[in-house]
Design a protein around this ligand. Structure first.
Ligand SMILES: [Zn+2]
Length: 592
């Protein structure tokens, strides 16, 4: 009797505990005490939520450079976690990525808090799940998070310990979305295409400026989207998000990107290329954005402002679910109809809107307590509110005529691997074939002296195009350009596009000669060539007569013969991806 009473009492207490837990949340987050959880603590907390709630699941989605798996946490309002099924049901997908820079963990804590809140339907937050599925990457740079110290972030005082900006392979993952060097990015790419998110948020923290706001937004740049999506972003989504944030404690402003040295003279809308999270999302017509909380604010404010933005974003996505999916669909159709695709932009410095900016007075002459010398900074007790210019329009500066196909020799297998990862459709040539194609030659480029994120990123790329008959082999890739992922295809395969495979060194082997002539060995062939080509010989002799310096330089003369004859290497500096502008007979290729 006594025993059964104890059992009843225990069950009652357990039920109370569960109820209590649901009212107050299951997780013991300590951001108010300037503590952010370690990688293992983060995963354990999501495991707790997974175990407690049937409508949430923590899954492993491939590897990271650390050898540890990349996790994805899925929150739905039913027991369904298969993206294919969820997509067919017509739900909108919101993807949130955290800890890409492990020293900027506000999003990690904010997402844990949000997941804990939404799963117990705190303040009715779970209502967004009727139309929306929220998927969270809890900790993206696993290696960065495992490398924890109080000394990774020199400009940051809290949390007291954080992870490191580089991942296990010392890569900055927010430069890796297109070159895709890391296992983290490869796993992310699989998640991205499996789930095809409609809206994507990547959470960060910045030390780039100081002002009165805790949180800023790097929005999807409207001008880089096709017209319908541009209009949707400008007229509805972005105003909706800024308005939505006004309901909470933390106000949102655009990321403070100085246009001049003084913010009072205006700030510009940040444009992020495809190497970054938001730019990569744009290639797939996904509305991708980045929050940047301010390093100088208390850690709890960074977490809570990110948490507030996540809720605002989720509510906006849920309320506008159909329109978001519809505009994406129409955006893809608009891109497919383009004859000329714009791939480079510059800020329009004549167009701006006026926004209110709450700043701190800037100084550059206060004495440093460290060095005793004048230092710059912001006086946080001298507040000002000013109307400033916000330059937020970009103009296209370069276009490419959209070809019918790109043709890519299979030899460039690292590129093929990335096209496959990104779900690009292509055919293969049945037989060895000579095709007339447009090829580009790289006339000019420059590269940095020191590597940048493991590459010698090319700048100032100048090309010239030439129609040529080129031999391709059986199995080479024939890629129809007008497919759903056309924007990705063009921006990765056009060598001049900002984050193309060419820019990131995937085709560097074409940039130097493979054959050569020697000042001694070439003698006999050069002489024979001149004798057999009288017109060529005439030109050569004219040049010798006209240019004294040339006539006195043995090597220069051999070089002229070599480079102006059939000896010149056709493949030298020839970018190996060809463009074809007409439909080909289906008999020459195999459908994959
Ligand atoms: Zn960052």
């Amino acid at each position: 009797m006594i025993r059964s009473n104890i059992l009843i009492l225990t069950l009652f207490l357990l039920a109370c505990c569960k109820l209590y837990a649901q009212n107050s949340g299951l997780l013991n987050l300590k951001y108010e005490d300037n503590y952010t959880p370690s990688y293992y603590e983060v995963i354990d907390m999501y495991k707790t939520l997974d175990a407690h709630y049937e409508n949430a699941a923590l899954v492993e989605m491939g590897n990271t450079d650390s050898g540890k798996p990349l996790h994805l946490f899925i929150i739905n309002n039913e027991l369904e976690f298969n993206p294919a099924v969820i997509k067919v049901q017509g739900k909108t997908v919101l993807l949130i990525n955290n800890g890409i820079h492990a020293g900027e963990p506000a999003g990690i804590d904010a997402c844990l808090q949000y997941a804990d809140d939404i799963l117990r339907n705190k303040d009715g937050t779970a209502s967004i799940l009727k139309s929306t599925v929220v998927i969270i990457i809890p900790a993206y740079s696993v290696g960065g998070l495992l490398n924890r110290s109080a000394y990774h972030r020199a400009n940051q005082t809290t949390p007291y310990e954080t992870g490191f900006r580089g991942n296990a392979a010392n890569l900055d993952l927010n430069r890796d979305f297109t070159k895709c060097d890391s296992e983290n990015t490869k796993s992310f790419t699989r998640i991205f295409h499996e789930w095809d998110p409609d809206v994507f948020l990547d959470t960060h923290t910045t030390n780039g400026s100081d002002h009165q706001y805790s949180i800023t937004l790097i929005a999807p740049q409207p001008d880089l989207f096709p017209p319908l999506q541009e209009q949707y972003l400008r007229d509805k989504m972005l105003p909706g998000l800024y308005e939505g944030m006004k309901k909470g404690i933390y106000e949102l402003i655009p990321y403070v990107d100085w246009f001049y040295d003084d913010p009072r003279k205006g700030i510009q809308m940040t444009q992020e290329g495809p190497r970054y999270a938001s730019g990569y999302a744009r290639l797939f017509h996904c509305y991708g954005m980045i929050t940047e909380t301010l390093i100088y604010k208390p850690y709890a404010d960074r977490v809570k402002s990110t948490r507030q933005f996540i809720q605002t974003l989720a509510e906006y996505v849920s309320a506008n679910s159909e329109e978001i999916r519809e505009t994406r669909k129409k955006g893809i159709e608009e891109t497919l109809a383009l004859k000329n695709y714009p791939f480079a932009y510059r800020l329009d410095s004549t167009r701006f809107e006026i926004i209110e900016f709450k700043g701190y007075e800037y100084f550059n002459n206060q004495l440093s307590k460290v060095t005793g010398l004048p230092r710059p900074g912001y006086n946080t007790s001298e507040l000002f509110t000013d109307s400033i210019r916000y330059y937020n329009e970009y103009m296209p500066t370069e276009y490419v005529t959209v070809p019918e196909y790109y043709i890519l020799p299979q030899a460039w297998n690292r590129v093929v691997e990335r096209l496959l990862l990104n779900g690009i459709d292509f055919y293969r040539l049945k037989n060895d074939t000579v095709l007339e194609v447009e090829m580009d030659y790289i006339k000019e480029f420059s590269s940095p002296e020191r590597p940048y994120n493991g590459h010698y990123y090319h700048e100032n790329v100048v090309t010239r195009s030439e129609r040529q008959k080129v031999s391709f082999y059986s199995g080479d890739l024939l890629i129809p350009v007008r497919q759903e992922k056309m924007a990705y295809l063009i921006e990765m395969l056009e060598p001049k596009a900002a984050d193309s495979f060419f820019r990131w060194n995937f085709f560097d082997a074409v940039l130097d000669n493979r054959e050569y002539f020697s000042s001694y060995g070439f003698e006999e062939n050069a002489l024979k060539y001149l004798e057999e080509h009288p017109e060529f010989k005439k030109k050569f002799q004219q040049k010798r007569r006209a240019e004294k310096e040339f006539a006195g330089d043995h090597l220069a003369q051999l070089s002229w013969i070599y480079n102006n004859s059939e000896w010149a290497e056709e493949s030298h500096r020839r970018y190996p991806v060809g463009r074809i502008f007409h439909k080909l007979n289906e008999e020459i290729f195999l459908k994959e």
